[in-house]
Ligand binder design. Structure first.
Ligand SMILES: [Zn+2]
Length: 66
């Protein structure tokens, strides 16, 4: 797939581990949401993108632990 930022086809997919924190001081009391997505990286402009699984996305939407 072409890069979503610059449309280059010079992209590569990597395995990833990402911990997402809720923003602000209130976020310090919230659990970190970990995801292990496939990450598409543009080797020309450095843009990276990934999809969050539905269960973790629900946590982010509702602000509650899974
Ligand atoms: Zn790009």
């Amino acid at each position: 797939m072409p890069c979503n930022s610059c449309r280059s086809i010079n992209t590569r997919t990597f395995g990833g581990e990402i911990g997402m924190h809720f923003p602000g001081l209130k976020g310090l009391d919230r659990p970190i949401v970990f995801v292990f997505p496939k990450i598409q990286v543009c080797l020309d402009c450095s843009f990276a993108g990934f999809q969050i699984p539905e269960s973790e996305l629900q946590v982010l939407r509702q602000d509650v632990p899974a």
